[in-house]
Design a binder for this molecule. Sequence first.
Ligand code: SAM
Length: 223
Amino acid sequence: MQDPNAQNERIFNKRRKVLVEELVSRGIRDDRVLTAFEAVPRHLFIDTALSHRAYEDTALPIEMGQTISQPFTVAKQTELMEVEPGDKILEIGTGSGYQAAILCEMGAKVFSVERHHQLYDRSREILNKLGYRPTLKCGDGTVGWSAYAPYMGIVVTAGAPVIPESLKRQLDVGGRLVVPVGDEEKQVMYRITRKGEGEDDFEEEKFSIFKFVPLIGRQGWSK
Ligand code: SAM
């Protein structure tokens, strides 16, 4: 008789490949991003009752009324950071831990902050189990994580009312901050690149519209 777990894993592997093809058809081009998507088992970052939907290109609910972002959104934000192996990357909003795993898989040194203790605990457990070793913290990520700054990439995975100034200041020269900014209904994806040491030496680019859960904190929305 076939081992049902091995059979499930084969099905999930096939679905991951189909998802990667879908991401390519939607314009994701960075091979490192695509290779990471093919490797990271998204079904292990969500409730088992939803694992049959893990490789649909859709956001899914996790605990504390939050979501694991849509795969296309994770891929787009990651691609916009132009991550190189060894880069120091800060993520705001660990949530399920899935995006942190993608970044670790790409060889980045990952730092990630989550405001909900329950999600911090749960994501730490699954990331460790899978052998990923990001540095995690429970707290308000809108102020960044100055102890490890500067970063080559900062990704905010919740919708901000404005670009958090602290995050801009924690970018390395050449580093990129990817952050969705708007109202609670929809946000525009911004990429801020630090061009030099100067106070105002930043370039700002805008990309398409997304919908995120709110970024709550000192430089985000109030509760
Ligand atoms: N990157 C996550 C993933 O891969 O599952 C997506 C998580 S979800 C779309 C956004 C997360 O941001 C939620 O878990 C939420 O609790 C968290 N969040 C919101 N405001 C935050 C803040 N100020 N600091 C840290 N995390 C925050």
